[in-house]
Design a protein around this ligand. Structure first.
Ligand SMILES: Cc1cc2nc3c(=O)[nH]c(=O)nc-3n(C[C@H](O)[C@H](O)[C@H](O)COP(=O)(O)OP(=O)(O)OC[C@H]3O[C@@H](n4cnc5c(N)ncnc54)[C@H](O)[C@@H]3O)c2cc1C
Length: 496
């Protein structure tokens, strides 16, 4: 355990170039109320071991579930082959069992269940969810084709006639076919080219079909699935698995946010303009400390107005949380973020979360570098406010187009001044297409050298990066070249 103590500020930072603005901002920043910073933080890689152990346990359970369904299939004579039908039937049954199991795992990964989110973070969970997408689809296609073929062999029909027969006459096959169609739609809308063309809302609605697909498939599994129907152990396993997944989703995604938002009385308190295209939204409530939010985390914000209540969006908190208030800073990116700039005080909100592992919990080093671009500033600003640090321990790099119109820049200056952090506000156009740093003195050097010049201890720092996905990846490349180990790099991408 490393104890950190109070300190005197030692860094002076430049003020706004506009005298009027500088005057106004000086008043504003003097009034800036900051929480008391954390005084203790556990450092070193050892603390990550307990997270790794929990991850191992979760992964072991997931692998066990796949092994379990395969073993029950084998014990049930699934691999006793005798002619073409037995081979096709084996493919039909095994693909169904493994695909359904993986589909439930995939659903848990994307469901933003807090206890899983704490272990993996949403970015990592989403990456594994996406990786499982194709194998699950191929298994379901194989199951669909093999089941029609197997029935066709039994009934001595061609596969088209058999498919029609199954849909019309076999119990629950119509809903199972609907489930299959929904699944195809979900996968098609997830393909990169399609995703780029879809609005977030259209993509989100299409993905709700994923839940519909799982629900539509359930009846045929229990009524015609020979590996479940009439088998008490298998029935108990699958009923348990479905209740476990459904319980987590219904409670954490729907009931818990509604209950908590009303219990804590969450409402918009005020909206303050931060720059020409961003505002801070203050959400007030009572006993908010009980929610356990940490700087660097985000919530899914649902503003309960007549026309927008059904459209929720993720936003990081932009100030360290207090018992009475949670603040977001929202940049205009589309219709909803535009509407949020003028949302009325008093409007009720529902907050889902807090989510994310972009917090001090993942910090391992004494030195910390916080790197933000544009509207990536909110979580960086919140982290800077209460991170446990001595003067000079933290460097902040804020990459902006225009330093006079960058959200939260003056607050970052004030925090750096009060806490003795180094602040580098880097504005202007990029030095060249492959660079994330601005043109200017020294821009003939590669980014990683310029970064090391700016922050000499970068290889020994924990680095927190927040900004657009492509920009974040370029910064990560510079960090690798500058010698910062992977375990010390933490990124929050504002991507879905
Ligand atoms: C973890 C996380 C934290 C974020 N924190 C902040 C923040 O602190 N401040 C801030 O201004 N923005 C933040 N964002 C981005 C913000 O959620 C989107 O800008 C916002 O949802 C856009 O909504 P819109 O309807 O106005 O725009 P749209 O027209 O729907 O989309 C504009 C852009 O935002 C993206 N987008 C839209 N909806 C979402 C969504 N639900 N999730 C992710 N991306 C989306 C789209 O891909 C598109 O590029 C964060 C995103 C994520 C994933």
């Amino acid at each position: 355990m490393l104890a950190l103590f109070s300190f005197k500020p030692k860094i002076q930072v430049a003020h706004s170039k506009h005298p009027d603005k500088a005057g106004r901002l000086a008043v504003m920043t003097n009034q800036l109320q900051l929480v008391t910073p954390n005084t203790k933080v556990r450092l070193g890689l050892k603390k990550l071991l307990s997270i790794a152990r929990k991850q191992d346990a979760v992964e072991a359970i997931a692998i066990f579930s796949v092994v379990f369904v395969t073993v029950t299939f084998l014990l049930d004579g699934g691999a006793s082959f005798n002619g073409l039908y037995s081979y096709v039937d084996a493919v039909d049954r095994l693909t169904a069992l493994v695909a359904t199991d993986l589909l439930l795992i995939q659903t848990m990964l994307i469901a933003r269940v807090p206890w899983l989110d704490k272990l993996y973070g949403h970015d990592r969970a989403t990456a594994v969810h996406k990786k499982l997408g194709k194998p699950v689809l191929y298994l379901i296609i194989a199951h669909f084709l093999a089941s029609v073929w197997a029935y066709a062999i039994l009934d001595s029909k061609n596969v088209i006639a058999e498919l029609v027969n199954m849909v019309l006459n076999v119990p629950d096959i119509l809903t199972a076919t609907l489930a299959f169609a929904c699944m195809i739609l979900v996968v098609v809308t997830s393909i990169k080219i399609a995703r780029k063309k879809l609005s977030y809302e259209a993509w989100y609605l299409a993905h709700l079909l994923g839940y519909a697909s799982i629900l539509f498939a359930i009846p045929h599994e229990f009524s015609t699935g020979v590996d479940i129907y009439g088998k008490p152990v298998a029935t108990a396993f699958w009923v348990g698995a479905y209740f476990f997944v459904a319980g987590n989703i219904v409670w954490f995604r729907f009931l818990n946010p509604i209950v908590y938002s009303f219990v804590h009385g969450l409402r918009i308190e005020k909206v303050n303009v931060e720059s020409s295209d961003a505002s801070s939204i203050y959400v007030s409530g009572s006993r908010l400390g009980k929610i356990g939010t940490k700087s660097g985390q985000f919530f899914i914000l649902r503003v309960l107005t007549k026309d927008k209540w059904w459209r929720a969006h993720p936003f990081s908190i932009s100030a360290a949380p207090t018992d009475k208030s949670i603040r977001f800073t929202v940049g205009i990116r589309g219709d909803d973020t535009k509407a949020l700039q003028t949302v009325k005080p008093g409007t009720r909100v529902i907050l889902e979360g807090p989510y994310g592992v972009f917090t001090e919990d993942r910090r391992t080093q004494e030195k910390v570098t916080l790197i933000a671009a544009g509207i990536g500033a909110p979580p960086i600003r919140a982290l800077a406010e209460n991170i446990a640090a001595r003067p000079g321990d933290v460097s902040i790099v804020y990459r902006v187009r225009n330093a006079d119109d960058a959200p939260l820049v003056e607050e970052l200056r004030e925090i750096a001044r009060r806490r003795g952090f180094f602040l580098h506000v880097l504005d202007g156009k990029r030095a060249h297409n492959a660079s994330w740093l601005p043109a200017g003195a020294g821009d003939q050097k590669p980014d990683h050298e310029r970064l090391a010049d700016l922050i000499p201890n970068i290889a020994k720092s924990d680095v927190y990066i927040c900004g657009p996905a492509a920009w974040t990846h370029t910064v990560e490349k510079s960090l690798h070249k500058a010698g910062t180990p992977l375990a010390q790099i933490h990124a929050e991408e504002f991507a879905w």
